[in-house]
Design a binder for this molecule. Structure first.
Ligand SMILES: Nc1ncnc2c1ncn2[C@@H]1O[C@H](COP(=O)(O)OP(=O)(O)OP(=O)(O)O)[C@@H](O)[C@H]1O
Ligand SMILES: [Mg+2]
Length: 496
């Protein structure tokens, strides 16, 4: 399966990821500098920094060491409570020993491994929020003298500083992980699955036009991925880091849509008790996605056209002209050509928004993608930590035989439903009762034209409603009729 990703975005995501690691490299350098400074002020011979490797086992591991010893120290693990460092880590108390060779607490394994004889040690805990996250040990003074009170006072202050650096490193690491999780989610969201020629053509056209400002009109049946592609066009272009504002043009009455798009000044109408920025302004330098543009009332179409032509507008109740730089992506499942002919959609607006037409194929036209899509949706709906269900060998041919009037959305819903209903680890055709969802239309000679007409309409509406999971608004859209008319038909034709 080919998972299309967003090259430009992935590039910037990688850059951020690498910044997280660069910063921890920088912190390591800083740590080394702090250790060097402490060592040279007090005149110590060797210093090493050990970290608590994991919270559970509390084992210590070498993190940094002066001299050439780090290579040999890297693999050494010190169990909690063992040796001076282990005791400091366990108790959180500083230990100073001026006669290590005769100190029973001394853990010989390490010094023997690196072949260094140690006589004196000052070992400090690194405390972050009262928890020991590591220890720092200063070994021997160059002049051979003992660690004195004033040496210890200085080293202790440096140790506290080191602990702060550790805390910083940890926060960075946690931030880095959080960022990686976000990146995962992001990659999941704009994944366009499928390798058929039909969808590949759409992807490459979307990529080619992404960087330009040319208006894009996405057309295609319901559930073919128009919204997904709108995001794709935005995310692959230069505006990817700028806002993406989505407007559902069919959902609101004209007057409210106008306020939403252009915003208003305080007192522009009753209830306008403060200034409100409109969606066009919010989308400045980014992309505005005008979804269901075919539903936009004619008088709003005029206003929209003006904004698109002039790239400026005035807030409701305002006088100031506001200039905006917005990339327009629109979508519809209606036949705008026909709507223009019928006078339901303005021709000038149609030309304006339809500079680049991206017609998304129906699922029927790219059945070779069904297998990849099913695999993808199974993964999408598998709870974290669970193994994804397998696909029975007969399932794909069963799915390919169906016509998918609700397209990818219908396929996605079917997979989700089948996964809930399947107890075993394999999805079979039984979990997809598709044939039976298509009500057959049997019309025999001898019935009246009205009866034939009614039974056809009844079956057709039931099938469409099934493809939308009973959602009447979506079904009305597919049938290209008003929702209220659909409700009337449902009643009239006795559909429940
Ligand atoms: N190629 C694809 N790969 C993966 N998922 C897809 C693909 N195309 C569509 N989908 C998924 O199918 C569902 C429907 O897609 P989308 O909402 O973009 O369709 P639409 O064309 O806008 O439909 P409508 O006209 O009903 O608004 C979404 O959940 C979307 O993520
Ligand atoms: Mg949509």
């Amino acid at each position: 399966m080919k998972l299309i990703d967003n090259q430009a975005n992935i590039h910037s995501l990688r850059k951020i990821s690498s910044l997280f690691s660069t910063t921890s490299v920088e912190i390591d350098e800083l740590l080394a500098m702090v250790i060097d400074t402490a060592s040279s002020i007090v005149g110590t011979r060797n210093t090493s920094l050990l970290m608590v490797a994991d919270e559970k086992s509390k084992r210590l591991q070498f993190y940094q060491a002066t001299g050439k010893y780090m290579g040999k120290l890297r693999d050494i693990d010190i169990p909690p409570g063992v040796g001076i460092a282990g005791l400091v880590a366990e108790t959180g108390e500083t230990i100073v020993s001026n006669d290590v060779q005769n100190d029973p607490r001394w853990y010989r394994t390490v010094s023997e491994k690196v072949k260094v004889t140690v006589n004196r040690i000052a070992c400090f805990p690194l405390l972050v929020e009262e928890k020991v996250v590591g220890v720092v040990q200063f070994l021997d003074k160059r002049d051979g003298s003992e660690f004195k009170e004033e040496d210890l006072a200085i080293l202790e202050r440096f140790s506290r500083l080191l602990a702060k650096f550790f805390q910083l490193t940890r926060n960075r690491a946690a931030l880095g992980e959080e960022f990686d999780r976000l990146r995962e989610i992001y990659m999941q969201r704009y994944l366009i699955v499928g390798e058929s020629e039909a969808i590949s053509k759409c992807i490459s056209l979307a990529e080619r036009v992404a960087d330009s400002k040319a208006p894009v009109l996405l057309t295609g049946e319901s559930g073919t991925g128009k919204e997904l592609f709108a995001h794709l066009v935005h995310e692959r272009g230069r505006r990817q880091t700028r806002p993406f504002i989505s407007v559902s043009c069919g959902a609101l009455p004209a007057s409210i849509l106008e306020r939403e798009l252009f915003g208003h000044e305080k007192g522009a109408f009753t209830g306008a008790d403060s200034r409100k920025i409109g969606l066009f302004e919010a989308a400045h330098t980014g992309t505005i996605f005008l979804d269901e543009i075919g539903e936009m009332p004619l008088d709003m179409q005029v206003k929209l056209l003006r904004v698109l032509q002039e790239e400026s507008f005035i807030r409701l109740g305002g006088t100031e002209t506001i200039n905006v730089d917005v990339r327009v992506v629109s979508a519809t499942n209606k036949d705008l050509d026909k709507m223009v002919q019928r006078g339901e959609f303005r021709q000038d607006l149609y030309y304006r928004i339809n500079v680049i037409n991206l017609k998304l194929p129906s699922l029927r036209e790219r059945k070779e993608d069904i297998s990849d899509l099913v695999t993808y949706f199974i993964r999408k709906y598998t709870p974290e930590g669970q193994a994804p269900k397998k696909i029975d060998k007969n399932l794909i041919s069963h799915l390919v035989a169906y016509s998918w009037p609700g397209n990818i959305r219908e396929l996605e819903n079917s997979v989700e439903r089948a996964m809930v209903l399947t107890e075993g680890d394999t999805l079979t055709a039984n979990a997809f009762p598709l044939e039976s969802t298509q009500v057959p239309v049997e019309i025999n000679v001898g019935t009246t034209l009205k009866e034939a007409n009614d039974s056809f309409r009844r079956a057709f509406i039931i099938n469409t409603l099934k493809s939308t999971n009973g959602n009447r608004t979506k079904a009305a859209k597919i049938l290209d009729i008003q929702r209220s008319y659909l409700s009337r038909l449902i009643k009239e034709l006795n559909i429940d």
